[in-house]
Design a protein around this ligand. Structure first.
Ligand SMILES: [Zn+2]
Ligand SMILES: [Zn+2]
Length: 390
């Protein structure tokens, strides 16, 4: 794959950085080590660093020449609260923390591009390298924007990327319009009445009620959302009880709702509330729904997408740039940046035979290091294309 030669030559070094980050994952707003490493590297290449934006976020600024054009490129730095099951040498050394979404790779890609651009300086304008904390639920992108990211570092366009385990290595995808989903979270609290497990009639069993609720909630997507609209309701946690012979007093459920339009998003919450409250009431219990709206969809700007496609085509070839396709139901807080500045979020394929195909957020996931040079070349090419020397 035709990565920029100079970047391809740095592949081994980038792989080292990536594996070091992978071995030391940090959760959102706690990326102290990661942001320190990023800041030190950027500074060592002569890039101006502004730290402490959204706690652990930072921006590296590289200005070359006299043009007042500027672009922003963003990478996320955080890991997930889960336990890695990989046995390789660079597996997580932090229990209960794992880079299972490849943000270690995204950070490394942006570092690789920054190093190349600082050394070659073959452009005229300003690049802001944006390293954000807390993409996985904490809304680090939103906090950076709220803290004046684009007032302090004005950009004509902003770009971001994500590795993609369903797209083959050597392909990239950039599609205008919505490319990710509304990503909402909810908690259900069921209040029953505890008692001896041998005498259920004297108790109100929140486990049975919770089970009814889990199943009933699935009927919203199956029966209440238009067949041509998209929605997902996933219950991902069910907590109750502490002993084999005790019916607990209460149960708690937690989960996520994904939708592509505000209209469908607004339909689901009241339906959930109705089902949860009435199912509990039917069993003589009470239940409440706590619902919190999350990231809005990333909406790729038409012109920003065309610019990204042009740069991607120069790396992987016109025929390997996917320019259409359905949005993903994942959430992505790059949306807050793309709401402020025309932006494009690009998917970079990492599936290579058996390698790079394990889904993100899986305990056996790993970022495919072979795409480091491709990603860094994409960013470098984009900068040289968008900020041309006259
Ligand atoms: Zn993720
Ligand atoms: Zn991610």
């Amino acid at each position: 794959m035709p990565a920029i030669n100079r970047i391809a030559a740095a592949a081994a070094e980038m792989t080292e950085w990536r594996r070091d980050l992978h071995a030391h994952p940090e959760l959102g707003f706690e990326e102290v080590r990661t942001s320190q490493i990023v800041a030190e590297k950027l500074q060592s290449w002569g890039i101006t660093v502004t730290r402490d934006i959204a706690t652990t976020g930072l921006v590296g600024t590289l200005k070359v020449g006299t043009s007042d054009r500027a672009i922003g490129i963003r990478a996320d730095m955080d890991a997930l609260p889960m336990t890695e099951e990989n046995g390789f040498e660079h597996a997580s050394q932090n229990p209960g923390r794992m880079h299972a979404c490849g943000h270690d790779g995204h950070t490394t890609i942006l570092l690789g591009a920054a190093k190349y651009l600082a050394e070659t300086r073959n452009f005229d304008g300003t690049v802001h390298f944006i390293f954000q904390p807390a993409e996985e639920g904490g809304g680090g992108g939103r906090v950076m924007v709220e803290e004046g990211l684009f007032d302090r570092f004005p950009c004509d366009f902003v770009f971001g990327l994500h590795n993609d385990t369903a797209i083959p290595y050597g392909k990239m995808r950039a599609v205008p319009g919505a490319v990710s989903a509304h990503s909402d979270r909810f908690w259900v609290h069921i209040k029953g009445k505890g008692g001896h497990a041998a005498r259920p009639a004297a108790a109100i069993d929140p486990v049975v009620i919770g089970s009814h609720i889990v199943l009933a909630l699935q009927s919203i997507v199956a029966r209440r959302v238009d067949a041509l609209d998209s929605a997902v309701i996933s219950i991902t946690q069910f907590h109750a009880g502490s002993a084999g012979n005790v019916i607990p007093d209460e149960a708690k459920l937690n989960g996520t709702v994904r939708t592509l339009t505000t209209e469908v998003q607004e339909t689901i919450e009241p339906l959930m509330r109705q089902i949860i409250e009435s199912t509990a009431a039917a069993h003589g219990a009470s239940a409440t729904l706590e619902y919190s709206r999350g990231y809005p969809p990333v909406v790729n700007h038409q012109e920003a997408t065309e610019r990204a496609v042009r740069a991607a085509a120069r790396i992987v070839g016109e025929e390997n740039v996917i320019r259409s396709g359905r949005p993903r139901m994942g959430g992505e807080d790059f949306s807050y940046m793309a709401q402020k500045v025309p932006g494009c979020f690009i998917r970079v394929g990492q599936a290579q035979g058996d390698k790079g195909t394990t889904s993100v957020h899986h305990p056996l996931y790993d970022f495919n290091d072979d795409i480091l040079p491709l990603g860094a070349s994409l960013w470098a090419t984009l900068v040289e294309q968008e900020l041309p020397r006259s």
